[in-house]
Design a protein around this ligand. Structure first.
Ligand code: FAD
Length: 302
């Protein structure tokens, strides 16, 4: 974000919600740190059978390892430490963990479903928390109205992806909501930079060469499209031109050739296999080989 902060974004919580946030902010190019330790919902699940893409279900240890590997892949810094306090400072926030040194951040995203007490120092008017009854006990919790549906709060630079009223209740929704709140943060940043209209939201897409064929291979066509989508603006022409060219550069960087797609597919498969363990991989190969042998020699074993 271009100022003298330790991190552009600190995410508190590296479960499904926080991973959803950090993958998007780090891939955008924001220096992102994720703090992750303490009370966790995912670790309490016996087994997860409803996270799309895992037809046989997935155990929580492997899913957590995949999430954390993904953070590593996108260049986010994972710190296994509990955040005790988030305070305001002159330009953003100061984040104090239990064990490590305090760090500064431009933005903070709350993403710990069970605990928001570390936000207490930000509660200057005593209005961010409310008492609610949980199994007959009075507990203080973050007022569910603190974030809006997109995760924005009344404090500039503070976003809340968890806890929410219902968006953290299932793994599939939690990861998606984290990603949505990250897109809110990115859109706010892009609007601060001067982007407006339909070019302000960020789409983290990779595109095949066919998307850049014909007119769309020509920057002039993109310029026309950008001006139309951006709409009216008070910015001087030279600033609009800089934003426009940067936008188009970024769009062209999303293009993947068939060779690049194939290389990424091979690498992606390998990355998945690394999480399965040798026995599981060998078992699957053996099963496949035995099945192929039986198919070829039908009659055997029937
Ligand atoms: C018994 C049980 C079974 C479940 N089964 C399923 C299921 O089968 N399918 C399904 O879709 N969902 C299931 N869920 C719900 C699922 O666990 C949640 O939807 C999901 O974990 C929410 O993700 P989250 O990231 O918001 O919260 P969490 O999973 O709680 O992750 C938050 C992370 O933040 C960390 N943290 C907390 N406080 C701090 C702090 N102050 N500083 C730094 N880090 C912090 C925690 O260690 C944790 O890793 C189950 C939940 C429970 C309790």
């Amino acid at each position: 974000m271009g100022n003298e902060r330790d991190h552009d974004v600190v995410v508190v919580g590296g479960g499904p919600t926080g991973t959803g946030v950090a993958v998007f902010t780090a891939r955008y190019g924001f220096d992102t740190a994720v703090y992750d330790r303490g009370n966790a919902a995912l670790a309490r699940a016996a087994y997860v059978e409803n996270y799309p893409g895992f037809p046989g279900g997935i155990d929580t240890e492997t899913l957590t390892a995949l999430f954390h590997d993904h953070l590593d892949e996108v260049g986010a810094t994972l710190r296994p430490d509990v955040v005790d306090a988030v305070e305001r400072d002159d330009e953003g926030f100061r984040v104090t963990p239990a064990e490590g040194e305090p760090v500064t951040a431009q933005c903070v995203v709350a993403a710990a479903w069970y605990d928001a007490s570390y936000l207490d120092p930000l509660d200057e008017d005593g209005e961010m928390f409310e008492v609610h009854e949980h199994h007959g006990e009075d507990r203080e919790q973050l007022d569910r109205d603190v974030p809006d549906a997109d995760g924005r709060t009344h404090i500039d630079g503070l976003y809340v992806a968890a806890p929410t009223d219902s968006r953290n209740a299932q793994v599939a929704i939690a990861t998606g909501h984290g990603a949505h709140v990250a897109r809110t943060l990115l859109e706010d940043h892009r609007r601060d930079e001067g982007l407006a209209g339909e070019v302000a939201p960020h789409y983290d897409w990779l595109r095949p060469e066919s998307e850049f064929s014909g007119d769309w291979g020509d920057r002039e066509r993109w310029r026309e499209w950008f001006d139309n989508e951006m709409g009216e603006t008070d910015l001087p022409d030279d600033e609009v031109a800089t934003l426009r060219e940067r936008y188009i550069d970024r769009a062209f960087e999303t293009e993947l050739s068939p060779e690049e797609i194939a290389a990424r597919r091979d690498r992606g498969h390998r990355r998945l296999v690394e999480h399965l363990g040798t026995d599981a991989v060998l078992d699957a190969i053996r099963d496949e080989e035995i099945q192929a042998y039986l198919d070829e020699n039908s009659g055997i074993g029937q």
